[in-house]
Structure formats: C-alpha cells, structure tokens
Design a protein around this ligand. Structure first.
Ligand SMILES: Cc1cc2nc3c(=O)[nH]c(=O)nc-3n(C[C@H](O)[C@H](O)[C@H](O)COP(=O)(O)O)c2cc1C
Length: 193
C-alpha cells in the first residue's frame, strides 16, 4: 500500500472479529518496528507476544478495558532504560520513551498495511501486568497493543485530526506566518525528475 494511504488508514480499532491473526504477521509488524530510529542506534525494546485467550483476558482486566479480550493477540511493548541512561544520563530515559513511541507508530503502520486492526493502549496497572507476565522490575512497560481483524460496527467512525495550520509556527514559537526568505524551490518527489 502507498505510504500516504497507510498513514490515513491507520486508526485505533477496538472491535475485533473471531478471525485469528497468524503469528507470522505479528513478526512482520515487529520487524518493521525495529527499523525505527534509536538513539545511538541502541534498540532497547522487547515485544511480549500474547496469543493465549486467558492471558488476553488478564490484559483486559489489568487495563479495565473489556474489548481487549476480543483481540486475537496482543503485544506488550517493553523497554530497558539501563544502557541508555549509562550512555546519555537523564536524557537517556527521555530517549527511551521517544524511541518506544517511534517504534510503536511504525508497528501500527505496518499492522494497518497488513490489513490488521489494532489500538495503542497506555492505561493499565503496571504492577499487575508486570506480575502476571513476569516482566522484571527494571523493564518499562511502554504499551499494550491488542491486534485482530476489524469487526465493523455502526460505531466505526473517522476521528477528526487537528488542521495543519493549528500545529505550525514559523522560525520561532508563536510566529504564525511564514516570511518569504528565498525563492521557492520546486518540489521533487522520488518519482519526479
Ligand atoms: C500514549 C497513548 C495511550 C493510549 N491509551 C489508550 C487506551 O488505554 N485505551 C484506548 O482505547 N485507546 C488508547 N489510545 C488510543 C487513542 O485513544 C487514539 O489514538 C486517539 O483517540 C486517536 O484515534 P486514532 O488512533 O484512531 O487516530 C492511546 C493512544 C496513545 C498515543
């Protein structure tokens, strides 16, 4: 699929059909995620793959979000700050959160590209997931990603996003207008020469 269509197609889906997702597709999506940028190219992420329905139920309970139990599978995205903190001090922890986010978005885009439905879940009780899924105390739980095939419901709707002009400043904070500094270059895309 074209990048633009995947970006626009991706959305949070919380309603899944009974169709099971092959673990091989999950590996494809994780393989995309590990191509994200990492500070110093240090990939500190681990992905715990959950397919067992009882364990999906546990995740749903620990997140107090019942819809998670209808997913075919889920990923618990984890990171280890230890080495990034050694390398970059306090900033290492910030890098860790940032690169997990970059990897999660890459994962979500690949899942959408594969025709799969997913949602980024951040609200859960860490200690309960840590306990039931044997995640060591020095490891951060970055997100839970329930995955399945979408069950279309009448509730499926398009989420409105902020308009481009609402997120832009030019040259400095609060400068809403672009000054003409130089002649506009012509726009080249990889296909146009
Ligand atoms: C850090 C983060 C945490 C989130 N946590 C949850 C969550 O716990 N449960 C949920 O249903 N959606 C969660 N979401 C998904 C957002 O609700 C969703 O991205 C937002 O409504 C925009 O919709 P879209 O993803 O379809 O564009 C989370 C998203 C992010 C980025």
């Amino acid at each position: 699929m074209e990048l633009d269509s995947v970006i626009k197609k991706r959305r949070s889906v919380r309603s899944f059909s009974d169709k099971k997702v092959s673990w091989k597709l999950l590996l494809d999506a994780i393989d995309a995620a590990v191509h994200a940028p990492f500070a110093g190219n240090y990939n500190n992420l681990k992905f715990v793959i959950i397919e067992n329905p009882e364990r999906l139920n546990m995740l749903a309970r620990h997140a107090s979000q019942d819809w998670i139990m209808d997913a075919s599978s889920a990923l618990i995205v984890c990171s280890d700050d230890t080495n990034l903190e050694k390398l970059y001090g306090e900033r290492g922890r910030i890098y860790s959160r940032q690169q997990a986010g970059a990897a999660i978005q890459t994962l979500l885009l690949k899942l959408a590209d594969l025709g799969l439905a997913a949602c980024w879940v951040g609200a859960y009780t860490d200690s309960k997931i840590r306990n039931d899924f044997s995640i060591p105390k020095e490891i951060q739980i970055e997100a839970v990603i329930p995955i399945g095939y979408e069950k279309k419901t009448f509730k499926s709707k398009t989420i409105k996003k902020k308009k481009l002009e609402a997120v832009l400043f030019w040259e400095a904070w609060d400068k809403n207008r672009r000054e003409t500094l130089f002649k506009e270059p012509s726009i080249h895309t990889p296909d146009s020469h």
